[in-house]
Ligand binder design. Structure first.
Ligand code: S3P
Length: 171
């Protein structure tokens, strides 16, 4: 494992990026950087408040700003929001030696988890969150699939997912 890069967990809302990322960072003794938390801290507003104030476009600009700072981040587990990896060129901003992991989750499970988490996801709001998730995934999956490793998370607890990632990056 290259200690000069980052481990970046990508995947859809409800994939477990934040929960798994925290466990993995603790295990590695690395820093954990959650994009949404950092954006909320800097904006002094929640993600839904940001979406309603400046729209998805404004939110993506904040995400972009943080992405620009990634190249100097070392020894960190990074969990960007589910839309981050879908932006063309997202992986190009990572420090050399970084490893990307797609936490792959079936939309049914992702939506169930996302709704149960108590964290509001503006992009899943409306009549049929599952249909929204499927539509977003159709577009995003080819980008997620560019990750270095894929770990299926459906039906697994976060400790087990973190353990599988640990094995991928240390063997
Ligand atoms: C988004 C995912 C969310 C958050 C925002 C937009 C997306 O993060 O960044 O609501 O576009 O998929 P999580 O993936 O952590 O839920």
């Amino acid at each position: 494992m290259n200690e000069s890069g980052c481990i970046v967990l990508i995947g859809f809302m409800g994939a477990g990026k934040t929960t798994v990322g925290r466990i993995l960072a603790r295990r590695l003794g690395w820093r954990f950087l959650d994009f949404d938390e950092e954006i909320e801290r800097r904006a002094r507003a929640t993600i839904p408040e940001i979406f309603s104030a400046v729209g998805e476009h404004g939110f993506r600009a904040l995400e972009e700003e943080l992405t620009g700072e990634l190249s100097s981040v070392r020894r960190a587990v990074v969990a960007p929001g589910g839309g981050w990896a879908a932006r063309p060129g997202a992986f190009d901003s990572l420090p050399p030696g970084s490893i990307t992991i797609w936490l792959r989750t079936p939309p049914e499970i992702a939506v169930q988890r996302a709704l149960a988490s108590g964290v509001q996801r503006p992009l899943l709001e409306g009549e049929d969150p599952l249909e929204r998730a499927r539509a977003l995934l159709r577009v995003r999956e080819p980008m997620y699939a560019r990750a270095d490793h894929i770990v299926d998370t459906g039906g697994k607890d976060p400790e087990r997912v973190a353990e599988e990632i640990f094995r991928h990056i240390t063997t």
